[in-house]
Design a protein around this ligand. Structure first.
Ligand code: CA
Length: 150
């Protein structure tokens, strides 16, 4: 037997029966896919939301480090009016300023909003630093701040 003959026999044996899928079979496949998507998608969404929350907490602690460096150099924290911009541009009355203290500009939280800075703080002795969280609004139980975990 030549190899060509062997191949043709094998092909004939392996070739699946050509037959159209029935509508029921197609619907069944669609239902299975939909169920899988329903199971998997929320898990991914939850995880990426968790990653954003972690990123916001990391940003806040980085900004805290920058604010403390500002305080070391200038002998005070930026006022609420000066805000976090004082970490990038020297305020007029900030002697000893050696910034910029943030190299990548004014950071936004993972939801596209600026971090909120308040000095003196209402929750901390020095400053409050927080983000409105996923809902983009003050409160709602999803804010990420620098006083809750202390
Ligand atoms: Ca909120």
């Amino acid at each position: 037997m030549t190899t060509r003959e062997t191949r043709s026999i094998t092909r004939r044996r392996v070739r699946p029966q050509l037959r159209a899928f029935t509508l029921i079979e197609l619907l069944l496949v669609l239902v299975i896919l939909a169920v899988l998507a329903a199971l998997v998608v929320p898990r991914f969404t939850k995880r990426s939301e968790q990653a954003r929350t972690t990123a916001a907490a990391t940003d806040i602690s980085n900004i805290e480090v920058a604010l403390n460096a500002f305080e070391v150099d200038c002998g005070r924290h930026p006022s609420t009016d000066e805000g976090l911009r004082a970490l990038i541009e020297q305020p007029s009355n900030a002697k000893g300023w050696k910034g910029p203290y943030l190299t990548k500009g004014l950071p936004k939280d993972p939801w596209g909003n600026y971090y909120v800075y308040r000095y003196p703080g209402q929750h901390n002795n020095d400053f409050d630093l927080y983000t409105y969280g996923p809902d983009g609004q003050d409160g709602g139980g999803d804010d990420i701040d620098n006083w809750s975990q202390k």
